[in-house]
Design a protein around this ligand. Structure first.
Ligand SMILES: *[C@@H]1O[C@H](CO)[C@@H](O)[C@H](O)[C@H]1NC(C)=O
Ligand SMILES: *[C@@H]1O[C@H](CO)[C@@H](O)[C@H](O)[C@H]1NC(C)=O
Ligand SMILES: *[C@@H]1O[C@H](CO)[C@@H](O)[C@H](O)[C@H]1NC(C)=O
Ligand SMILES: *[C@@H]1O[C@H](CO)[C@@H](O)[C@H](O)[C@H]1NC(C)=O
Ligand SMILES: *[C@@H]1O[C@H](CO)[C@@H](O)[C@H](O)[C@H]1NC(C)=O
Length: 678
């Protein structure tokens, strides 16, 4: 039996990983550190491990100063701060947040007391983790628990874990969590049968965009088990598409490059006109300023990019992305279809056409194992790598016998971050544990402190989660279809307060690029709402407070959504997400999604960085504090909504709203503001 300790998609919404769950046990000295109240769906507890079974145990230590991370980030990114733009270097980030010596020694001493020789304990480079190989008997004694095998019934995957574990009360403040324990599950490999769960297919709720193209609704791809919705290798905020009639090779597409037709078909000039983005003059000063992240097996096709640019971005200097491979990532060509090429082609065609600079493609993971967001962060920051949760993130070398498996070492650091990074993938916040999300979110902040702006698409299902799932009112571990109602299901990392979440708009039917847009209600609905995990950051308190006091929706709070004004709200900004003309596999399709909006916004901020570089200024870094302080540099969107969970969702209103955020970019105003800042 294969034992997978390194599984990716995560199902333990039933795991109680919160301090409040610590209960005193019979033994006064020890407390329950984490406990689950139910096994994730599809898993069965099997035999107890034999006492000699060797378990690679990792102890995640508490880092210092994390409670101040938001303050640090505001210091370098709030326009009124004296330190605006004074980003940190990696060494300062590492030393500020490393666990204290007291933490490291208290936890090591505890193990030594249990007869685990100090030579067996290896601290990670960052000191974030202590790693030790223990026999099952030792681990059981140390953690006052029993270790079992757990088997996933459908896939046969087996992992080791526990239902709860204990640590001495005095160590609670030093330990985040320990693996492998509750955090298993379930990187279930991609379902090769292309299995679609018919109960999740999109229904008539999404009107077809054009009666001229009676293409079927694009059925969401479902990977994983039960309610689990996929590893990031699945583009969960996956764009929806409508193929256009194929044309003979070399035949110019009848959709002319004309601003008059933008309400029917978005091409790059439409976006330039909508957001006031001029052509770049002269040579780009910044190289590698913009990065697009894709998770294999999603892959771009250069033929499509080249053809698209030749028709809709003539004269573009950089027509090939600079591919940076992480953990064996490459643009695979074995599988070609909209599902495999749609996301990457969309992101690159539009980001490159608008940014007009060398664009970096971070291609992450091999086609077998794929990868998680944390695997990407590992590549940027070796110290986060050491802080990985080995129970959730992909492990390399890949143990699969598939010839496509990547046999090289996992990438830990050594990959440079572009100053703007766009990702059009996402999880439901409820798919992951709060601890895992908080660690990852803090890492975005640490990289943002170094002057990097992260943009993520906000999701395509309005207030519902990926594939239209909502959360049961009676059991927060259970998903129900959006047609049944239920609790709104926000997306992650959009709910992380240290990234910029991008929603979707559309040109109103029959209107032009000169008219105000509205929230996207064609085929997809802009993801938006309120976090169930993260507190509201200072920068958006006033904007969100105004929304909740002046436009409070009638839904019951906090039953339906957290309307207390104390939780992180998203999206922050938006851009057009409807009817993008995209070249995919030698044909054109119309593509819809916040997947389109994120790279467009990223390209615009990359252009701001370019203009700042030309006057000797550094990158903008984290943009939210500036945008919320200066909403006048965005075009407020005041119409449309984001239905879901059998409700009309939220409605776009004057000022910030949980549909389109603060609005769409107004490049000239953004540029004026940002060039005036230090
Ligand atoms: C993968 O293989 C390596 C060496 O072949 C082995 O050390 C490691 O334990 C294996 N990992 C898993 C998860 O099976
Ligand atoms: C991808 O291509 C491989 C090789 O042709 C095939 O075995 C596999 O089933 C394909 N995957 C899907 C999901 O179509
Ligand atoms: C306008 O867009 C539609 C696609 O919805 C296309 O069929 C039509 O040919 C386009 N017209 C022009 C003049 O480009
Ligand atoms: C909640 O739902 C989960 C997932 O479906 C299930 O495993 C668990 O037993 C449920 N809990 C209760 C109390 O019904
Ligand atoms: C709402 O969110 C805040 C911040 O995350 C949290 O502290 C509070 O408990 C939530 N309220 C409810 C009722 O869930």
């Amino acid at each position: 039996m294969r034992v997978h300790l390194a599984l990716l998609t995560f199902l333990s919404a039933t795991a109680l990983a919160l301090p409040s769950s610590r209960l005193t046990t019979r033994d006064e000295d020890h407390v329950v550190h984490e406990r689950r109240n139910a096994l994730p769906q599809g898993w069965v507890k099997r035999d107890r491990l034999s006492p000699h079974f060797e378990i690679p145990v990792s102890i995640a230590l508490k880092q210092q100063n994390l409670d101040r991370i938001q303050e640090y980030l505001e210091e370098v990114s709030h326009p009124d701060s004296k330190a605006f733009g004074q980003h940190w270097d990696a060494a300062r980030v590492a030393s500020t947040f490393a666990p204290s010596q007291e933490t490291v020694s208290s936890v090591s001493d505890w193990m030594t007391l249990h007869g685990i020789g100090s030579t067996r304990i290896s601290p990670s480079v960052s000191r974030g983790w202590l790693n030790v190989r223990l026999s099952a008997a030792e681990a059981e004694r140390l953690l006052r628990t029993t270790f079992h095998e757990y088997e996933h019934a459908d896939s046969g995957i087996v992992t080791v874990g526990t239902d709860e574990y204990h640590v001495p009360a005095r160590l609670v403040e030093h330990i985040d969590f320990i693996t492998p324990t509750l955090h298993f599950d379930a990187k279930v490999k991609r379902d090769n049968s292309g299995n679609l769960d018919s109960s999740l297919q999109r229904r008539g709720a999404h009107p077809h965009p054009s009666p001229n193209h009676p293409a079927p609704n694009h059925a969401p791809r479902v990977v994983g088990i039960g309610k689990s919705l996929g590893y990031p290798g699945q583009s969960t905020s996956e764009p929806k598409f409508v193929p256009l009639a194929p044309l003979p090779d070399g035949h110019p597409h009848p959709i002319v490059n004309d601003l008059k037709n933008c309400s029917n078909s978005i091409v790059p000039i439409c976006l330039r006109a909508l957001y006031g983005l001029p052509k770049l003059e002269g040579e780009a000063k910044i190289q590698d300023g913009l990065g697009i992240v894709e998770y294999t097996p999603q892959a771009y096709r250069q033929e499509d990019l080249s053809y698209f640019f030749s028709q809709y971005a003539k004269g573009l200097k950089y027509t090939k992305p600079k591919v940076v491979s992480i953990d064996g990532g490459y643009a695979q060509t074995v599988n070609q279809s909209f599902e495999y090429n749609g996301e990457s082609n969309l992101d690159l065609e539009y980001a490159m056409a608008l940014a007009e600079t060398q664009t970096t493609l971070y291609q992450v993971g091999d086609p077998i194992e794929s990868a998680s967001f944390s695997d990407f962060l590992d590549a940027l920051d070796g110290s986060f790598c050491a802080n990985d949760d080995p129970s959730q993130d992909a492990v390399y070398p890949d143990n699969s016998t598939d010839p496509l498996a990547y046999k090289g070492p996992k990438q830990c650091g050594g990959i440079a971050a572009t100053k703007v990074i766009s990702t059009s993938y996402g999880y439901n916040e409820a798919d992951l544990t709060p601890l895992y999300e908080q660690r990852q979110c803090n890492e975005y902040a640490k990289i943002a402190l170094q002057g990097v702006s992260f943009f993520f698409s906000s999701g395509d299902y309005g207030v519902s989660g990926n594939n239209g799932q909502c959360i049961s009112f009676t059991n927060s571990s259970e998903y129900i279809d959006q047609s049944q109602g239920g609790r709104f299901n926000p997306s992650f990392p959009s709910t992380c307060p240290y990234i910029t979440s991008v929603g979707a708009t559309q040109i109103k039917p029959g209107k032009t690029v000169n008219d105000p847009e509205e929230a996207c209600e064609t085929t997809i609905y802009s993801g938006g709402g309120f976090s169930n995990v993260f507190s509201i950051p200072d920068y958006q308190k006033s904007a969100v407070g105004t929304y909740l006091s002046q436009h409070r929706p009638s839904y019951q709070s906090p039953r339906v959504y957290n309307g207390t004004g104390t939780s992180r709200a998203f999206p922050d900004i938006s851009a057009n997400g409807a009817k993008y003309l995209v070249r995919v596999d030698g044909q054109y399709a119309h593509v819809f999604g916040t997947s389109a909006s994120a790279p467009v916004v990223a390209a615009i901020f990359s252009r701001i960085n370019e203009e700042r570089a030309r006057i000797g200024k550094g990158p903008v870094g984290f943009v939210n504090p500036t945008l919320y302080a200066h909403p006048e540099v965005l075009k407020d969107i005041t119409e449309g909504g984001n239905q879901g969970c059998n409700t009309p969702g939220f409605t776009a209103v004057r000022g910030w709203d949980p549909v389109t955020g603060l609005g769409t970019p107004d490049y000239k105003k953004l540029l004026k503001l940002y060039t005036s800042l230090p």
